[in-house]
Ligand binder design. Structure first.
Ligand code: FES
Ligand SMILES: [Fe+2]
Length: 392
């Protein structure tokens, strides 16, 4: 069986017989190329949250599937996903290695090569020594804008230009689960960037299963979000959803007090029943949420090679949270708690990737607490079939 056939075979197993994928799924360059062209260049990919682009001139720099992008808030108030490829001779206008920050605020973007400059709507506003270029009209030149959509406050890009509309695709996730947090009104109060020595799916699988609370998060998450008791919603073609009920004694306490003791205020759209658990969502392929009653962690993982990836981790809270007494100290404490469990995950993911190169690796059986891994396999198999159908 080749790698593609093995992935399809794993996805076709009944849940009770599910197993992990062959190592090639996490390190084979040709499979990584398949994912780059058939998934990351064809699906809606989340890039950032609108609260990170509050002011005209704000930008986020990100590369997706080899495509250099910049998400901007233009002076016309519009958020756009622009190409960073210069319309003169194609240089990346904010190249890696030239000290450009991942985010910031600029009035213009200046291409370092011959100093053509663009405003944040993408329009060319300056091009020195072009007066002898016959018929050259500066006003006709604009950085390429990719198709984008904002969903629940998150900016997504569709590099293909013809993916089915995002809002329809994720409507069940919004109406059934995520909508209650009203993340469009929330604010990113912490973000960090990590260069990772593992395949993007190693992180997604780690993020989506709670089985590892038993080992990796024995001291951080397991004491209040015990692995036993977590459960997964049935398969959906566009997302996975998992519930992580709080430890029973904590649930009893919340029920009898009629409210939950949380570091930040509970999101206004949530009821008491929502305070009895945390939850995890994956909008395929790579938009990850870890939600508590008072915060949401949003992760953006992008492949940068077969065995490497670029990860952004963030925390969002509702705007009222900033008004609470002692906010700064509480925020610092909660950021540190997030970093603590994240570092545990980073260690697990890096060491798991090393296992993919070992002659001792073979697919292993999955626990019922890892149902989301089996659901991700079904998504991959669907993408494989979709690509094959498009080519035949
Ligand atoms: S390539 Fe950008 S100004 Fe020449
Ligand atoms: Fe984890």
């Amino acid at each position: 069986m080749n790698l593609i056939e093995s992935i399809e075979a794993a996805a076709a197993l009944p849940r009770e017989r599910s197993e992990s994928l062959p190592a090639g799924a996490y390190c084979d360059p040709s499979f990584a190329e398949f994912e780059r062209t058939e998934i990351f260049r064809k699906e809606w990919i989340s890039l950032c949250h609108i609260s990170q682009l509050r002011t005209p001139g704000d930008f986020i720099r990100v590369d997706v599937a080899g495509e250099p992008l910049i998400v901007t808030h233009g002076k016309d108030g519009q958020i756009r996903v622009l190409s960073r490829t210069c319309r003169h001779r194609g240089m990346d206008v904010m190249p890696t290695g030239f000290g450009h920050p991942d985010e910031g605020n600029r009035r213009v973007i200046l291409c370092p090569y011959h100093l053509w400059s663009y405003d944040l709507t993408g329009k060319l506003v300056g091009a020195p020594e072009m007066q002898q270029a016959e018929g050259f009209d500066r006003s006709e030149v604009c950085l390429h804008a990719f198709r984008s959509e904002i969903w629940e406050g998150f900016v997504f890009v569709d590099l293909s230009g013809d993916a089915p509309p995002l809002a329809g695709k994720l409507e069940d996730l919004r109406s059934g689960f995520l909508g209650k947090w009203d993340l469009a009104s929330a604010e990113v109060v912490w973000s960090a960037h990590w260069n990772c020595e593992f395949n993007w799916k190693v992180l997604v699988e780690n993020f989506m299963e709670c089985y590892h609370h038993l080992g990796a998060h024995r001291k951080t998450l397991e004491p209040f979000l015990p692995a036993k008791g977590c459960w997964t919603e049935p398969c959906h073609p566009h997302f996975s959803a998992m519930h992580l009920p709080l430890k029973e004694a904590m649930r009893d306490e919340i029920r009898s007090a009629g409210q939950a003791e949380t570091a930040f205020p509970v999101f206004p759209g949530l009821g008491i029943e929502d305070c009895l658990e945390w939850s995890i969502y994956l909008a395929y392929p790579n938009c990850l949420f870890f939600n508590a009653p008072d915060r949401a962690y949003w992760y953006r993982i992008l492949p940068t090679g077969p065995e490497t990836s670029s990860l952004v981790t963030t925390m969002l809270i509702c705007p009222e949270a900033k008004e609470i007494p002692g906010y700064d100290a509480i925020l610092q404490k909660e950021i540190q708690a997030g970093i603590d469990f994240h570092m545990e995950d980073m260690e697990m993911c890096t060491a798991t990737q090393r296992g993919m190169k070992s002659a001792g690796y073979a697919p292993g059986r999955l626990s019922h607490l890892e149902e989301t891994i089996w659901q991700l396999q079904k998504y991959l198999a669907a993408m494989i079939q979709c690509s094959a159908a498009a080519k035949s």
